[in-house]
Design a protein around this ligand. Structure first.
Ligand code: SAM
Length: 304
């Protein structure tokens, strides 16, 4: 149900009236703002506050617990990179697991890969799925692919019960580690990801911002170096509506056939993915470039 539209949540009024401002202890002292044209949905699920609004310049925006998850204008930069960085790094991915990603955008991108036979997806919050189908049809189109098996539940529990060695790739499209996604950043979760992957299988997880979260990134990198005996890499992309304008990914492979993430082996067959629209962001050059790190980050990440 739509909440009371006359009651303004703090994020709509506390910085500039009529604008949405994103504030969090995860980016203290700064608040990115978007001009609001119309609030389209306000609800409270069992897990989080859910808001959809129409912005003046970025199209519709999905907000969970006060934090922007996607905007129509720049979602391509995130969805395409979190998906094609792992899936273009291995030949013929067949079985893929998506954790989180309730908007369906990662599904839309996985579906471009003709080799994929089965996609499991575990999202904790059904309201995110429903709201996305209602307000973001070009993103939620991913749910229409017949290879998708959607499970509503906690990704941590899902992975604990997953069959050993069963996936070619796992994509963790999570929100920030404050709230329901907390455990998706912790060591036991990465251990169960490694267990669920086949030898030489790959994982790509949302891994926050180089400008804001080097401490979180350091922890993720050192956990991953212990757990994943193949390769361990950090990559990043530019997403203007994420805090600091960039977001990173942790890409790892399990012991087995070598995975050289920096040199994609697999291209996307555009003809098999026409119904999902053209790629807007990803290409082979930007794939390799995504692994080039600024010196301050390179030093820290390579020393772990
Ligand atoms: N795909 C998006 C984009 O374009 O930026 C952003 C993130 S997506 C909406 C993050 C999802 O992770 C949310 O729908 C949230 O409900 C889900 N999530 C959080 N914790 C989870 C958990 N423990 N298990 C499964 N899903 C979880």
């Amino acid at each position: 149900s739509n909440g009371d539209p006359t009651k303004e949540p703090a994020c709509f009024s506390s910085v500039i009236p009529g604008w949405f401002s994103e504030m969090s202890p995860m980016w203290p002292g700064e608040a990115h703002s978007l001009k609001v044209e119309k609030v389209l949905f306000q609800g409270k699920s069992d897990y989080q506050d859910v808001i959809v609004f129409k912005s003046a310049t970025y199209g519709k925006v999905l907000v969970l617990d006060g934090v922007i998850q996607l905007t129509e204008r720049d979602e391509c930069a995130y969805q395409e990179m979190i998906t094609h960085l792992p899936l273009c790094s291995i030949p013929n991915p067949k079985k893929v697991l998506v954790i989180g990603g309730g908007d369906g955008g990662v599904l839309r991108e996985v579906a471009r890969h003709a080799s994929v036979e089965h996609i499991d997806m575990c999202e904790i919050d059904k309201m995110v799925v429903d709201v996305s189908k209602q307000f973001f049809p070009d993103v939620a189109i991913g749910y229409e692919d017949p290879r998708v098996n959607l499970v509503i539940g906690d990704g941590v529990a899902f992975l604990k019960n997953a069959a050993e060695g069963s996936y070619d790739a796992v994509i963790v499209d999570s929100s920030d580690p404050i709230g329901p996604a907390k455990e998706l950043f912790e060591k036991p979760f990465f251990q169960s990801v490694a267990r669920a992957l086949r030898p030489g299988g790959v994982v790509c997880t949302q891994a926050e911002s180089l400008w804001l979260h080097m401490d979180i990134i350091e922890d993720i990198v050192s956990n991953c170096r212990e757990i994943f005996k193949g390769s361990v890499n950090y990559a990043w992309t530019s997403v203007p509506t994420y805090p600091s304008g960039v977001i990173g990914f942790m890409l790892c492979s399990t012991e087995g056939p070598d995975v050289d993430f920096k040199n994609p082996v697999n291209s996307i067959d555009e003809s098999s993915s026409k119904s999902n629209g053209p790629l807007k962001f990803y290409n082979a050059e930007i794939h390799s470039a995504a692994f080039c790190l600024p010196s301050f980050a390179k030093k820290v990440i390579e020393s772990k």
